[in-house]
Design a protein around this ligand. Structure first.
Ligand code: GLA
Length: 332
């Protein structure tokens, strides 16, 4: 961490004190493809994060560099400048350098962490303090502007408000947030299939459009309002409706300390993502099975799918049992 901060400060060169802001990546415990349907999500902040070092520039210029590859950061900066100006940010010069430990394309919200950390730095340097939800929404719009992906707001909310071991139950209809503590004996494991994906390839937007047409057919504003009976014949919409129920059941299971029941919901959620929403891959399916064979109470793909990571939940012994597994990225 110190080394990374030193490298970030070194990238800025001479010129006075450097301030730092950070935003975490997240693993979504459950609630996949529900955020843009007005539903519920339950993301958990990771120890992996995006760090931004910055200081004000007197000449008004905006200079941002990235220490990560690919280092192309200009579209993000430009998009954030537009969206933050819409929230009242006055122009202010900045020198900033970005370094992230969140793996890209792994379903752990590396883009969300980047947009929030850089957004915070841009706000800080111009003296703007935005409410958490307003900042998250501006960062979400900036991300859509920079990448063309019509993402939901889950990753940016987790980036602004997330803390390790405190999953956030977010109701995406009004973006209200409740912290749900993980039971003390619960172990969360994130394991990487190694398959990288880009949401800009259109498959994410395709799923979102299918959900919106289903809602339009039912004459409702979002699938949040649909019942299981309404969507019995539409697997994509059925995933969303049953997933919303699973999020609420998961929050209840965690509150009551029933880690086994919470785990079972993960495996149920994976089946729904694989069979109904069709965003799993053979590698993700195999990794879910491996986590179950290692004694997890449940596991599922996390994030948008098409590759990336799985999340597994288990009891105290799980950390040790997965410790030799090369796919494991983090345990908390
Ligand atoms: C990506 C998007 C999120 C969410 C998930 C799927 O991470 O950025 O808004 O839609 O996919 O749950």
């Amino acid at each position: 961490m110190h080394r990374r901060a030193d490298a970030v400060a070194a990238a800025l060169g001479e010129g006075g004190d450097v301030a730092f802001v950070r935003a975490p990546g997240r693993v979504n415990l459950i609630g996949e493809h529900t955020d843009y349907n007005g539903g519920w999500v339950l993301p958990l902040a990771l120890d992996l994060d995006c760090l931004v070092g910055f200081r004000r520039r007197a000449d008004g210029q905006v200079r941002v560099v990235s220490l990560d590859a690919p280092a192309e950061i200009a579209p993000w900066t430009d998009a954030l400048l537009v969206e933050l100006a819409a929230e009242g940010r006055e122009p202010a010069g900045i020198d900033a350098a970005v370094a992230s430990t969140v793996p890209m394309g792994a379903g752990l919200a590396s883009s969300g962490a980047l947009s929030v950390a850089l957004g915070l730095a841009l706000c800080r340097v111009s003296g703007l303090e935005l409410a958490a939800v307003v900042l998250a929404e501006a960062c979400r719009r900036a991300e859509e502007r920079a990448t063309g992906v019509p993402c939901g707001v889950m990753d940016q909310i987790a980036g602004v408000l997330g803390r390790p071991r405190e999953p956030l139950l977010v109701d995406c209809r009004d973006i209200s947030v409740e912290r749900v503590a993980l039971p003390g004996d619960a172990v969360v494991v994130v394991a990487d299939s190694g398959i990288r994906r880009s949401l800009a390839d259109g498959r994410y937007a395709e799923r979102r459009a299918a959900c919106e047409s289903a809602a339009a057919r039912l004459r409702i504003t979002s699938l949040r309002e649909a019942t299981v009976a309404d969507v019995a014949d539409d697997p994509v919409a059925r995933h969303v409706v049953t997933e919303n129920e699973r999020v609420l059941r998961m929050a209840a299971a965690l509150r009551s300390g029933d880690v086994e029941a919470a785990g079972a919901l993960l495996t149920e959620g994976h089946r729904s993502l694989r069979e109904d929403f069709a965003v799993s891959t053979p590698e993700l399916d195999a990794l879910v099975e491996r986590m179950l064979a290692l004694g997890a109470y449940g596991a599922r793909l996390t994030g948008a799918g098409f590759g990336g990571c799985v999340v597994a939940l288990g009891g105290p012994g799980l950390a040790e049992r997965v410790s030799g597994d090369p796919a494991v990225v983090c345990v908390q």
